[in-house]
Design a protein. Structure first.
Length: 173
C-alpha cells in the first residue's frame, strides 16, 4: 500500500460557477483556474499521483495546454484512476479537507463523496469530505478563495482483491 497527499488552492472568480468534488454549488462565486477550478478534484488527483510516484496534476495536464482549458476536473481524475489501473493499482480511500469561510461544505459533502467514489470505483464510505474555516485568518479567512488538502491510500489491485475476498470468506476471529 502507498499513501499520497495533495493540495490545491484557487481564488474566487465571480464570473465562474463553483464546482467542488464534481458538484455545482449555487449562489457563490466559482474558482479561477485553467480547468473548471475544482480544487477538491485537483487535490485528490495530486494525492493519487503522489501515492503512485507519478508526479503532479500539472505534469499530466499542463495549465498552458489548450486541451485542458475549462476541462471537467472529474474527467482528469478519471484519467488518473485509469493510469493507476494500468499500473495494477487502485484507490482504497481518500480523506479531503476543504478550507474556506464560505460556502458551508457539510450540505454538499454527500454529493461530493458520491461523485468522487464513483470516479474512483470505491464505495462512498471510502471517501471523506470535511469543511473547516480559517477562523477569519489570512487570505482564506478574508474570503478570497479556497484551499484543499487530500490524503489517498492506494494499493495493488490484485493484492487488494485477494485480501478482500479472503477476509469476506474467512471465519470471524
Amino acid at each position: 500500500m502507498r499513501v499520497g497527499t495533495g493540495y490545491d488552492s484557487h481564488r474566487f472568480d465571480p464570473d465562474r460557477k463553483l464546482i467542488l468534488g464534481g458538484v455545482e454549488i449555487p449562489g457563490v462565486p466559482g474558482l479561477a483556474g485553467h480547468s473548471d477550478g475544482d480544487a477538491v478534484a485537483h487535490a485528490v488527483t495530486d494525492a493519487l499521483l503522489g501515492a503512485a510516484a507519478e508526479g503532479d496534476i500539472g505534469s499530466h495536464f499542463p495549465p498552458g495546454d489548450p486541451r485542458w482549458r475549462d476541462a471537467d476536473s472529474m474527467d482528469l481524475l478519471g484519467r488518473v484512476v485509469a493510469l493507476l489501473r494500468r499500473r495494477g493499482m487502485r484507490a482504497i480511500n481518500v480523506d479531503v479537507t476543504v478550507i474556506c469561510e464560505a460556502p458551508r461544505i457539510g450540505p454538499h459533502s454527500a454529493g461530493m463523496r458520491a461523485r468522487i467514489a464513483d470516479v474512483l470505483g470505491v464505495g462512498a464510505d471510502a471517501v471523506s469530505i470535511k469543511g473547516k474555516t480559517n477562523e477569519g485568518m489570512g487570505w482564506i479567512g478574508a474570503g478570497e478563495g479556497i484551499a484543499v488538502h487530500a490524503v489517498a491510500l492506494i494499493g495493488e489491485e490484485a493484492t487488494w482483491t485477494r485480501r478482500s475476498i479472503s477476509s469476506r470468506h474467512s471465519p470471524p476471529g
